[in-house]
Design a binder for this molecule. Structure first.
Ligand code: ADP
Length: 328
């Protein structure tokens, strides 16, 4: 059976981008068709300035939202990265295979480090090595497929390179994984700046729809989305990023294609209204389940405990093999 692994960082409140780009597919497709693991990657949240209590709170919220999004612990493994030591054990071995040059070329590192320096802050070494830990997250489970939004393509490519290099040097140890991306909404853009990604780690703002936003907040944010001065609704991501983003969001919510939808609209107002209602409807069951899960914290604890045990059982033999292969 295909092994699937993917994760989410507790660096902020989860967004519509996380849901349409990743989580929904995990729940609707991956957990049914594969032996799948989904992880709250809390160690990755320490790569930038962080408040310990907030990280703990957000990890818990992310785990609860994964279940609320429809992940069923009977069908897949849901756990928290720091509960399974194999991730950091393997990460060190992979640091001995990766090079500093390839880390410095990572686009997300360059962008985040530049932002950190602009703010007058210093860049944590873990921000540079983050993609190696991510490679360890993936490789520790013999993962075949990594379902992610397209912002993660370069990091999964690195995991592939490290697996191939390790296997060549030390004997066949790791499965070489590949990224899969959704057909629509692989990169949901910020509603106020449709040239940049709707990212949860950015400052909160009117351009980001959060999974736990009240229906009226969702409506307001989408009705105020930036479009352009054009009057016709066409789907063109490069020339018309604002309307294209709305068309993608609506298409993803309704399981249609943005090209097909563009022909159905003659005004931005109508497009925004339908997009807002579609998003409210998609979020409604997630929010309802989230409320129920918050009322039963012992259940979430139990799911995460069982998930960590299962994950450890899968990762340990493979990581032990890697230790032996590299000469330890
Ligand atoms: P973030 O960038 O919000 O911090 P993470 O790194 O935790 O997100 O990513 C969790 C998953 O959500 C990844 O698969 C990522 O590709 C996906 N994702 C994040 N933002 C978006 C977006 N705006 N559009 C589509 N997918 C996204």
């Amino acid at each position: 059976m295909t092994r699937v692994f993917s994760g989410i960082k507790p660096t902020g409140h989860l967004t519509l981008g996380n849901y349409l780009g990743a989580m929904r597919r995990w729940a609707e497709v991956d957990q049914h068709q594969a032996d799948a693991l989904f992880c709250v990657v809390d160690l990755h949240a320490l790569t930038v300035d962080h408040d310990p209590a907030r990280v703990r709170r957000l990890s818990r919220q992310a785990a609860t939202l994964l279940l609320a999004a429809g992940l069923d612990p009977q069908r897949c493994t849901v756990f928290v990265q720091s509960h399974v030591d194999e991730h950091t054990r393997l990460s060190y071995l992979l640091e001995c295979v990766a090079t500093d040059g390839e880390m410095r070329r990572m686009i997300q590192y360059k962008e985040k480090a530049a932002r950190e320096r602009e703010r007058g802050g210093s860049v944590r070494l873990s921000l540079l090595t983050y993609p190696v830990l991510m490679a360890a997250d993936i490789l520790a489970y013999g993962t075949d497929e990594v379902p992610v939004g397209d912002d993660q393509a370069q990091h999964v490519e690195l995991a592939r390179d490290l697996a191939v290099r390790f296997n060549q040097r030390y004997g066949h140890t790791f499965v070489v994984p590949r990224a899969t991306h959704p057909k629509v909404a692989a990169r949901v853009m910020n509603l106020q700046d449709p040239t940049s990604k709707m990212g949860k780690s950015e400052d909160s703002g009117p351009g980001i729809v959060y999974l736990l936003d009240e229906p009226d907040v969702v409506r307001k944010k989408i009705m105020r989305a930036v479009t352009d001065t054009g009057s016709d609704v066409v789907y063109d991501r490069d020339a018309r990023p604002g309307p294209a983003n709305l068309l993608e969001i609506l298409a993803a919510c309704e399981g249609r294609s943005p090209e097909e939808l563009s022909g159905a609209y003659t005004s931005y107002g109508a497009l925004k209204k339908d997009t807002a209602e579609a998003v409210v409807e998609v979020l409604r069951p997630v929010q309802e389940r989230h409320r129920a899960l918050c009322a039963d914290p012992a259940h979430v604890d139990q799911v995460l405990r069982t998930g960590a045990e299962r994950a450890r059982g899968m990762a340990r033999p493979l990581v032990d093999t890697a230790y032996r292969a590299i000469g330890l």
